[in-house]
Ligand binder design. Structure first.
Ligand code: NAD
Length: 265
């Protein structure tokens, strides 16, 4: 399967290209970044001893002829332009880009009538399993166990809590029959009073170079269960992106997410 990488010069794009070059059933068919980088030559695959030179195309329209699936890690606006090009060319696409607004998500759904689109703002396999487990465990243990979510990220991160922690709180809320964000509390300070049972705590820690840790604690009387995911590097997301791209390449037109990709629905 030949991939086309949109955002080839970015942090995620470079890792996805590197891992694609190293993976036997994948090939780097094409890649592009901003149009001014057209013609730039980049080396990929050196880490796995399969070094190759990739010449960047101008844009999706120019690149897609040489690819079976597009992988997009760019910006919301660019992602929509690239998905439009995929729809035009009849090619499947994985959108890993985050931050799409409701209108942009609605446009994705429109394009998904014509081509397969996987929209996966978190492509980590482990995190997506954690979403599922959190919902199941919350439902099983119920309100006798207090749910407290802790996330840790590097000191360059500008938002809190992380999107993943928010999704985990939503999953816990679904399992407990609570509402997010109405029943969530973000950190505690001062005379907070006793902790109500109908509450989900969400806490953000920032420091150093942590790629991303998330723990969901279910704390009961005399025991507690903790589910933890730790991302060691961006390769976590890059590997998940390749799994999702393989899924997209074989899927019928429609809008899918990582729960579909992993068979967790
Ligand atoms: N799905 C996940 O698990 C996951 C993981 C990490 C990051 N992300 C998201 O992926 C996106 C990219 O992240 P990053 O860390 O690689 O960012 P980055 O800024 O390092 O890379 C983005 C790249 O896209 C390029 N780009 C911008 N506009 C473009 C256009 N119109 N056409 C082609 N290329 C264009 C930029 O020049 C840049 O090289 C962000 O939205 C980020 O939040 C998702």
């Amino acid at each position: 399967m030949r991939i086309c990488m949109a955002g080839a010069l970015g942090r995620m794009g470079r890792r996805i290209l590197e891992l694609s070059a190293a993976t036997p059933d994948l090939a780097v068919g094409a890649a592009f970044d901003l149009p001014q980088h057209e013609g730039t030559e980049i080396q990929v695959g050196a880490e796995s001893g399969k070094a190759q030179t990739v010449k960047l195309a101008k844009d999706a329209a120019a690149a897609l002829a040489n690819a079976d699936v597009l992988i997009d890690f760019t910006s919301p606006e660019a992602a929509l332009t690239n998905v439009a090009a995929c729809a035009q060319a009849g090619k499947p696409v994985l959108v890993g880009t985050t931050g799409l607004n409701d209108e942009q998500k609605a446009r994705l759904a429109e394009f998904a009538r014509r081509i397969p689109i996987v929209f996966a703002p978190n492509t980590s396999v482990g995190v997506n399993l954690l979403f599922k487990l959190t919902q199941q465990v919350a439902k099983t243990l119920g309100l006798d166990f207090n749910v407290e979510i802790t996330e840790t990220h590097h000191n360059q991160k500008v938002d809190a809590p992380s999107g993943t922690a928010i999704r985990l709180a939503e999953c816990a809320a679904e399992g407990l029959g609570l509402k997010y964000p109405d029943d969530a509390v973000f950190g505690r300070e001062g005379l907070t009073g006793k902790r109500p049972a109908r509450q989900i705590g969400v806490h953000a820690i920032r420091g150093g170079d942590v790629v991303g840790d998330h723990t969901v604690a279910f704390i009961g009387q005399g025991e507690r269960l903790e589910l933890t995911h730790k991302a060691h590097s961006r390769d976590t997301f890059a590997r998940g992106a390749l799994v999702a791209a393989r899924f997209a390449a074989k899927a019928k037109p429609g809008l899918y997410d990582m729960q579909d990709v992993l068979g967790l629905k």
